[in-house]
Design a protein around this ligand. Sequence first.
Ligand SMILES: Cc1cc2nc3c(=O)[nH]c(=O)nc-3n(C[C@H](O)[C@H](O)[C@H](O)COP(=O)(O)OP(=O)(O)OC[C@H]3O[C@@H](n4cnc5c(N)ncnc54)[C@H](O)[C@@H]3O)c2cc1C
Length: 221
Amino acid sequence: MAEVPPDQFNSQFKGTSSLFNQIPAKESQDDTKAPLPKGVVLDKDGKPCRTCTSVASWRALTKQAKAESAAPSDTSPLSSSADKMTTATTPLAAAASPAAPSTPAECPPDVEELGRSTWTLLHTMAATYPEKADIQQQNDMQGFLKFFSRLYPCWVCADDFKTWMAHPSGRNQPKLSGRKEFGWWMCEAHNEVNRKLGKKEFDCRFWEERWRTGWKDGRCD
Ligand SMILES: Cc1cc2nc3c(=O)[nH]c(=O)nc-3n(C[C@H](O)[C@H](O)[C@H](O)COP(=O)(O)OP(=O)(O)OC[C@H]3O[C@@H](n4cnc5c(N)ncnc54)[C@H](O)[C@@H]3O)c2cc1C
């Protein structure tokens, strides 16, 4: 895809976002309309969910929306037949896109940028968690994770994360007694998403070097 200069890109997105917002959820679920580009995830109200979609898919959607609004036809790319409500496999397809560009600076995050930033927060919370956590600290973290898994802005990601944590065996419940256990648990949680997305798993023996102490070779010093 041709690069768009940042100033044009921003205004292009501004215009298109307001176009998205004007489309009522009901209309966006009309089965007669053109399909959404691959990887675009809809929010629960039927509108495109930017924080659930990769920037590549979002750009395809934007392009399609602009083309459709310029054309005399009454079809809208925001009115999907195939992807009315999505599953976690949809962002997986988007994330797996080989030519995925990165989000331009100072723009709203796509699913990947949001994910990277969030993992930084989550692993850093584990890295700064007490070596031995008292009951209050454990309860606070338990509460944070509970609300996090409800409120994370990529709703399909949040749903999967919540489901993983609530595995009936209890094996994925947060391990909150201290830093080592919690850091390892967070690493496993992240690896669960890595597997789902077809990414390489991280060796959890190194989570502290990655997120707390810096690597032993000194590159972070
Ligand atoms: C709770 C949650 C659920 C998500 N669910 C989805 C989803 O369903 N679909 C989707 O498309 N995206 C999802 N994401 C986003 C996804 O996980 C990635 O953040 C995104 O694809 C960008 O990946 P990345 O390759 O840049 O690195 P990231 O996976 O964001 O990782 C960032 C850095 O963390 C380190 N790292 C990697 N794995 C581990 C690990 N196991 N332990 C410790 N450190 C590690 C590496 O140094 C890596 O560079 C989710 C994010 C979160 C926080």
